[in-house]
Design a protein around this ligand. Structure first.
Ligand SMILES: [Zn+2]
Length: 451
């Protein structure tokens, strides 16, 4: 994919060559840290080496780490700054390097919104490829430590005796840019070598001395998120859906604040227009470190509405699903108030032009399972997108010669989000990703043991 298409047919796009410190210091409402305050009037916004005045689009790079070979790991950045002030919507994609359709949705959504920038009230910040190291290998994990980059965002309640690893530092730097929060313990531990890093700090001088403990500073001006959509694709052959995380409360958030945040989130997820699947119950959520995913951390750590879009078409870009994803993003931008309804580009339709509604009427949550009791080859009996009732046979496990060994049945009602990839299954393996009936609360104590 092209990485720097500075198509500027009207001269109002810039390619991020200025220093990025052009943001006004006035007009701050003081609701957030200095570098990342939400803006209350029209101003130049900046992230990394991209800087966009009101009514402008800018493309550039946010440097997040130094590589051993002397270059830096840079995330692509597109800023669409509306002519009028308003909320800031972040779009991220490609945190899993093999999830092609998510990257394309971010690219196309920001392109569609750039086309109507004169009518926007607010800013769209897009980082289409959050994990360049995964994209290079076309792999979910990075090669730094073969870890899931979407489980290493900051979590103040996660205790660790060891210093943060590179992936945690990269994620903390992006998180600081999104939220405007300073993250202790995850910043640059050494100075130098990276020309763009200085600009990231929004006015700090560029050659910091070694910092101990390292701190990730907000890397932008006027770009603190009011909402975030993180674009993914679930497994091969899975149906599209949006994940609504539960909002956790406890020592660091009251139940009332959690209810309010969850309501705000619900409005945005509804505006996205995809079938909604609630996330795992709290205990499983924390056990899986999903509060340290991009959307999980922005929602549950920073308290900013954020959700994960599972767009379908895992490894190959599907143009219909891209259109649905773009329509969903624009729907959220309208709900948030960034895009006036009258300014929605004609080319943007509705997600329902492409997507089928959920095949069940009741609320559902993600469920990985049921599991096989014996090892063998899986023959699925219910397709992705098809509903089932408790007791229905979902799959058979057969031997390699095809002889029946066992059956796996549903222990609850729901529908299939996606079959497990590959035929080989081992005893204890989940056979599918399901959406199952959910009677649980959307706002839960962090220590909840689930339902
Ligand atoms: Zn993913």
């Amino acid at each position: 994919m092209d990485d720097r298409d500075d198509a500027s047919d009207d001269g109002s796009e810039t390619d991020g060559t200025d220093s990025g410190d052009a943001g006004g210091e006035d007009g701050r409402d003081g609701s957030s840290s200095e570098n990342g305050s939400r803006r209350t009037d029209s101003q130049t916004v900046a992230l990394g080496d991209a800087s966009a005045a009101p009514g402008e689009v800018a493309r550039g790079w946010l440097s997040v780490a130094e590589l051993p070979t002397g270059t830096s790991e840079r995330l692509p950045v597109v800023l669409v700054n509306g002519a009028d002030p308003g909320p800031t919507l972040w779009l991220t994609g490609g945190v899993h390097g093999d999830e092609a359709t998510g990257v394309a949705v971010v690219q196309d959504a920001v392109e569609a919104l750039a086309g109507v920038r004169a009518e926007l009230a607010g800013t769209v910040v897009a980082v289409p490829v959050v994990s360049p190291a995964g994209l290079r290998r076309n792999a979910r994990h990075t090669y730094y430590a073969d870890e899931d980059p979407n489980r290493h965002f900051p979590d103040a309640d996660a205790e660790s005796a060891r210093p943060p690893k590179l992936q945690e530092r990269i994620d903390a730097r992006l998180y600081a840019a999104i939220t405007g929060e300073t993250v202790e313990g995850a910043g640059r531990s050494a100075a130098g070598g990276d020309e763009t890093a200085g600009a990231d700090a929004g006015g700090d001088n560029g050659d910091q001395a070694p910092v101990n403990p390292p701190v990730a500073e907000p890397a932008g001006t006027g770009v603190v998120a009011d909402a975030l959509i993180d674009c993914h694709t679930a497994g091969v052959g899975s149906v599209p859906f949006a994940i609504r995380d539960r909002v956790l409360y406890g020592e660091r958030r009251s139940e009332d604040a959690a209810v309010s945040l969850s309501d705000d989130l619900g409005r945005l997820v509804d505006a996205f227009g995809f079938p909604t699947v609630r996330e795992y119950p709290a205990a499983e959520y924390v056990e899986e470190n999903l509060q340290r995913s991009t959307a999980g951390a922005v929602l549950n750590e920073a308290g900013i509405p954020a959700f994960t879009a599972e767009l379908g078409a895992h490894s190959v870009v599907d143009d219909d699903l891209v259109a649905a994803g773009v329509a969903g993003v624009v729907g959220v931008a309208v709900e948030l108030g960034v895009v006036p309804t009258a300014a929605v580009p004609e080319s943007v339709g509705e997600p329902s032009d492409v997507l089928d509604p959920a095949p069940v009427e009741f609320p559902v949550r993600r469920f990985r399972g049921p599991t096989a009791d014996v090892s063998g080859l899986l023959r699925h009996r219910v397709a992705a997108g098809e509903s089932f009732a408790r007791g229905d046979r979902l799959a058979d496990v057969v031997s390699a010669t095809g002889a029946h060994r066992d059956s796996v049945s549903a222990d609850r009602d729901g529908y299939v989000l996606g079959r497990s990839e590959g035929m080989a299954t081992y005893e204890g393996d989940p056979i599918a990703s399901l959406a199952v009936r959910d009677d649980g609360d959307l706002v839960v104590p962090r220590e909840d043991d689930g339902a």
